[in-house]
Ligand binder design. Structure first.
Ligand code: NAI
Ligand code: MG
Length: 484
């Protein structure tokens, strides 16, 4: 194995200009919450407090929705599509110019490796704005009917695993389609959304088109239940997704829900083994496994299982865990104490139910929230670790004998968000992709994202799609029949 240590290569924090406190972004200005309440956001790698964040309650949500409504009726719905596109281009370019600052703030607030925020989160967020900027003036020609209309004021609630990227997935299509938004970031990762509020000011976006309200689940619920919201777009746990669906069931509100997953990563005997091992590592250890589409259930054809496991363990021994600001770090901090507790709890059920745990030798930092890269073998389909989303760096390994058995096991889940197929044979890949009940399927790769590609799931993984033309349709009222 590796006998030499890399010298540390820390990214500088100097570029991150984090204020001691932030208000709510309503009507184009930062304002204090009506009741003056606040909460702290910390760096999960050090437990250091980064800033005090305004806590929005019902009154603040009402102000934000009113500001979004007024911006919608008076300004944004009357702004020519071409002009809307220009604002989105401007935002995309500012994100690129300020990319390093955003990457540093994201890593400090979230705990993810700087390599990932720098190379994945921020460039993809900018790409979403560029992509949707191009759509703004072409909606009439895209099969949505003659004159598709925006739905109005959209409430958007996002999680902590890809804070800025999830914001981009929500705000870019909403604005391109002519809606105004009230967005609530997750309570553990509000900073890049607040930085984004500054970008909206910098871009000269009309006041009230984007409003950012910070708070927790109670704040989120107040947004969902506000009577003047036309649509809810949510990414997060299936449990909260179901609660949102119940709350809006007797209203006119529409919803897109991007929920959990327990993706199968299927390795067939004819796969290129070394590449597959890289794909397994990327599938489950990317972003500490805090990924709804993570390849958290590895399904290996039995006759190559020993070879795969041996190579996987050797590869896992090379994973560098530690300071997220170090450019060599592969696995960063777990986002919160609560999430770490959840990972421990579900993983312990794996031990109790008789699966075999393995982790490479690694030293975890003494401060902050950490979990070693872990695999469980001897997992059966009834085990909790094979059924529930762990949302951490923990992989459950199962085997299959025939392709048909592999597919059956892969589909034996209440989720259906994503899947991976590894095989050298194109015909087998196409056959397997057709059988798999998953919204996104990767072949001979994993965790690849593009704004043009629709993303979303079957069953309890959610409703609707985000990205591509499909994602835009969720932000438009169109009557294709009437336009004929
Ligand atoms: P969560 O679903 O509670 O939080 C996601 C967002 O929803 C946050 O902004 C939160 O403040 C908000 N929220 C919470 N309760 C709400 C309510 N009643 N109404 C409206 N908004 C509400 O997820 P949490 O607790 O952070 O993580 C729990 C588990 O959920 C994770 O272990 C993971 O399995 C799953 N999860 C899945 C995600 C995905 O991308 N699909 C993202 C985050 C979590
Ligand atoms: Mg934080």
């Amino acid at each position: 194995m590796s006998n030499f240590e890399y010298a540390s290569a820390p990214e500088s924090k100097a570029i991150a200009n984090i204020s001691d406190s932030y208000g709510l972004f309503i009507g184009g200005k930062f304002v204090d919450p009506r009741k003056g309440k606040s909460f702290e956001t910390i760096n999960p790698a050090t437990e250091e407090v980064l800033s005090k964040i305004g806590y929005a309650d019902k009154l603040d949500i009402d102000l934000a929705v009113k500001s979004a409504r007024s911006a919608f009726t008076k300004v944004w719905s009357k702004t020519p599509a071409k002009e809307r596109g220009k604002y989105l281009y401007r935002i995309a370019r500012i994100l690129q110019v300020r990319a390093r600052e955003f990457a540093v703030v994201e890593t400090l607030d979230n705990g993810k490796p700087i390599r990932e925020s720098r190379d994945t989160d921020i460039p993809l967020a900018a790409a979403h704005f560029f992509y949707h900027a191009g759509w703004a003036d072409k909606l009439e020609y895209a099969g949505f009917g003659n004159k598709p209309k925006p739905v109005g004021v959209v409430g958007q609630i996002i999680p902590w695993n890809f804070p800025l990227l999830m914001l981009a997935w929500k705000i870019a299509p909403a604005l391109a389609a002519g809606n105004t938004v009230v967005l609530k970031p997750a309570e553990t990762t509000p900073l890049t959304a607040l930085l984004f509020a500054q970008v909206c000011q910098q871009a000269g976006l009309p006041d009230g088109v984007v409003n950012i309200v910070t708070g927790d689940g109670i704040t989120g619920a107040a947004l969902v239940n506000h009577p003047d919201i036309n649509k809810i777009a949510f990414t997060g746990s299936t449990e909260v997704g179901k609660a949102i669906a119940r709350s809006i069931s007797a209203t006119n509100k529409s919803a897109t829900l991007e929920l959990g997953g327990k993706a199968a990563n299927l390795i067939f005997e004819d796969a290129a083994i070394d590449e597959a091992v890289e794909g397994i590592v990327n599938g489950i250890f990317f972003n500490q496994g805090h990924v709804c589409c993570a390849g958290s259930r590895l399904l290996v054809q039995e006759n190559v299982a020993d070879e795969i496991l041996e190579k996987l363990k050797a590869r896992m021994s090379l994973i560098r865990i530690g300071d997220p600001m170090d450019k060599n770090t592969d696995l960063g901090a777990i986002n919160s104490k609560e999430q770490l507790k959840r990972i421990h709890e579900i993983s312990k059920s794996g031990d109790a139910e008789g699966a075999n745990r393995w982790s490479p030798e690694c030293k975890l930092p003494s401060k902050g929230y950490w979990y070693p890269p872990t695999i469980f073998t001897g997992v059966s389909q009834s085990h909790r670790i094979a059924r529930e989303e762990i949302f951490g760096p923990v992989l459950s390994v199962l085997t299959f004998r025939t392709p048909a058995e592999g597919i059956e096991k892969a589909n034996n889940t209440m989720y259906g968000l994503s899947a991976g197929i590894w095989s050298d044979k194109g015909a087998k890949v196409l056959w397997a992709a057709k059988q798999l009940k998953a919204g996104v399927i990767w072949s001979n790769t994993f965790n690849k994202f593009d704004p043009a590609s629709p993303f979303g799931g079957y069953k309890e993984s959610g409703w609707g799609r985000e990205g591509g033309r499909h994602g835009l349709s969720g932000y438009l009222k169109s009557d294709v029949k009437a336009s004929k």
